[in-house]
Design a protein. Structure first.
Length: 372
């Protein structure tokens, strides 16, 4: 497996695009960026989808392999697991229920989940913005001991129940999958399960590849997922049941479909008109300073979506995802209206994929900046 990149380089890789009205950006201009990314991160394959306001149609480029065992080239319409980009869709479902009066930002979750044994209120808004203080689902001792188990919602609720909060709700912000698991369970109680919601919304969303993943189905066109060993060699990922990712990371699909997200983020009020951070109970901004991999920015987690303050008045909205075998990035530039989606079949390259997404968005500006 350590020589997989040699195989990739020797293979005739797929480069194509949905037709583009302008010569720049093009498959030819971004292919070198993708090739460099694959080589640096030891990633088998990546699909990039770009949308710019002056383009007649989006640009889609595929490079590398969908499966290294049989050197299968990656297709433009290859399906990947989205990971935490799922949270964006869960937030959209919540917003729909708010429009119809089934939920509100201040809905207290205690009447819906008595098994959690919560001493005080936790609101839907706090679940959506990672300010609930609930313990992280994926770090619960029961889950850590058996991540491959097909956990039932009742078992996970029992595991969460009675656990101490990490902080008073609304006073801090800490990334939390538990909140989105609970939101999915709440949506099932007041509306419909995620699968039924997707079927109901499929025509409006215009995302035919979108699906709820499970542990046993054979999914046509899905790329095989990989990880890296500590020594940096490609390997198969640890298996973790998708039941743990309900509402937080269990959706999958192709890259082109995700490019439609900005219009629905705007439609449901998930894409703010002003790039302003969330405020905690005491009025302070819920901002985390990120200094990693040569990149520096302020991160703020809004309702299902992230706000990235890169400094010098440069802002992006987006969401990343990582699940065993896969990583994903969705980044939107509110200044230009451009969007970039990256789907890759190597989980450890998620942060590098964020830097690549920023670089691809700069192609439209004619900026030769390297985000590192």
């Amino acid at each position: 497996m350590r020589h997989v990149w040699c195989i990739c380089c020797a293979l005739l890789l797929c480069v194509a695009s949905v037709s583009c009205a302008t010569a720049n950006p093009s498959a030819e201009t971004i292919a070198p960026l993708l090739d460099d990314f694959l080589q640096r991160t030891h990633t088998p394959g990546v699909v990039a989808a770009l949308s710019f306001p002056d383009m007649e149609r989006p640009l889609v480029v595929a490079r590398g392999l969908a499966g290294v065992e049989n050197t299968v080239p990656l297709r433009l319409d290859a399906v990947f697991r989205y990971g935490s980009i799922t949270k964006v869709f869960t937030a959209m479902h919540v917003k729909q229920c708010m429009e119809t009066g089934k939920l509100s930002p201040e809905t207290d979750i205690r009447p819906f989940f008595p098994e959690l044994k919560l001493a005080g209120p936790i609101t839907v808004f706090q679940l959506m913005t990672h300010t609930s203080g609930l313990p992280e689902l994926l770090e619960l001792p029961e889950v850590v001991a058996n991540p491959a188990k097909a956990w039932t919602p009742a078992e996970l609720l029992a595991a969460i129940g009675g656990k101490a909060l990490l902080f008073e709700p609304g006073t801090q912000q800490k990334y939390n999958n538990t909140g989105y698991f609970l939101l999915e369970q709440l949506l099932e109680k007041v509306d419909v399960p995620a699968k039924a919601w997707l079927e109901r919304q499929r025509e409006e969303l215009g995302m035919p590849s979108l699906r709820v993943e499970d542990d046993s189905s054979i999914v046509p066109l899905r790329a095989t997922g990989y990880s890296l060993t500590k020594e940096g060699f490609l390997c198969l990922p640890m298996f973790s049941s998708t039941t743990l990712a309900s509402g937080s990371g269990d959706l999958g699909g192709n890259a082109l479909d995700l490019l439609r997200l900005p219009q629905f983020l705007k439609r449901y009020g998930l894409l703010p008109e002003k790039a302003e951070p969330l405020r905690l109970k005491d009025g302070t901004p819920a901002v985390t300073r990120v200094e990693y991999g040569g990149l520096s920015y302020n991160l703020d987690m809004l309702e299902g979506i992230n706000l990235y303050d890169m400094g010098n008045g440069r802002f992006f909205f987006g969401k990343d995802g990582m699940i065993p075998g896969y990583a994903s990035q969705f980044v939107y530039d509110p200044e230009t209206g451009a969007a970039a989606v990256l789907l890759l079949n190597q989980e450890n390259a998620c942060f590098e994929a964020f830097k690549l997404a920023l670089a691809l968005l700069d192609v439209e500006r004619g900026v030769q900046r390297r985000w590192n």
